[in-house]
Write a protein that binds this ligand. Structure first.
Ligand code: HEC
Length: 148
């Protein structure tokens, strides 16, 4: 019983984090970042949770200016790579940053699922093409089309 209750609470918390994270991302980040659609003003954030430790990400989201000024090597290298713009300090709370990470992870899962679907559709199309090629009637029609 207790476990079911916990699972339900966790689920509700995740859903809440997701919607807060999404709203924040769209409002405060989407002008400069995409998730899986390539670099914009700043880097594409797809896969960022695999590239960097969670602590680093939370800290960077909360105070990129402080980290760059403080000489954090990764932050400094990023700032050099994205010339002309430095990510602004958006006064995020730690909860804001964590909610955004939840949203990013979910977006990635959705993207991966879409890509897998597209891959399966392609495989299917290739199969169909193959069947047409081995179909006798298609071969009979082809020379006629060429004689035109
Ligand atoms: C005005 C543009 C701008 C806005 C708004 C912005 N960023 Fe950034 N962001 C950047 C730039 C540029 C970089 C690269 C580092 C630098 O030059 O400061 C960056 C880097 C990052 C990184 C590090 C990426 C990596 O590859 O390690 C993360 C994470 C990030 N931003 C998250 C966010 C989040 C979350 C928000 C919204 C709360 C946000 N950014 C809002 C421009 C922006």
């Amino acid at each position: 019983m207790r476990e079911a209750q916990n699972a339900r609470n966790n689920r509700a918390e995740i859903v809440k984090a997701l919607s807060t994270g999404e709203a924040l991302f769209l409002k405060a980040c989407a002008a400069c970042h995409t998730v899986g659609e390539g670099d914009k003003v700043g880097p594409d954030l797809a896969g960022v949770a695999q590239r960097r430790p969670r602590d680093w990400l939370i800290r960077f989201m909360m105070e990129p200016d402080v980290m760059i000024a403080g000489g954090d090597p990764v932050a400094v290298a990023l700032d050099r790579r994205y010339k002309g713009v430095t990510m602004p300090n958006l006064s995020l709370s730690e909860t804001d940053a964590a909610d955004i990470l939840t949203y990013l992870a979910n977006r990635e899962k959705l993207l991966a699922a879409q890509q897998e679907k597209a891959r399966q559709a392609n495989t299917h199309a290739a199969h169909v093409g193959h069947h047409i090629h081995t179909d006798g009637s298609v071969h009979e029609h082809a020379p006629e089309a060429r004689r035109r």
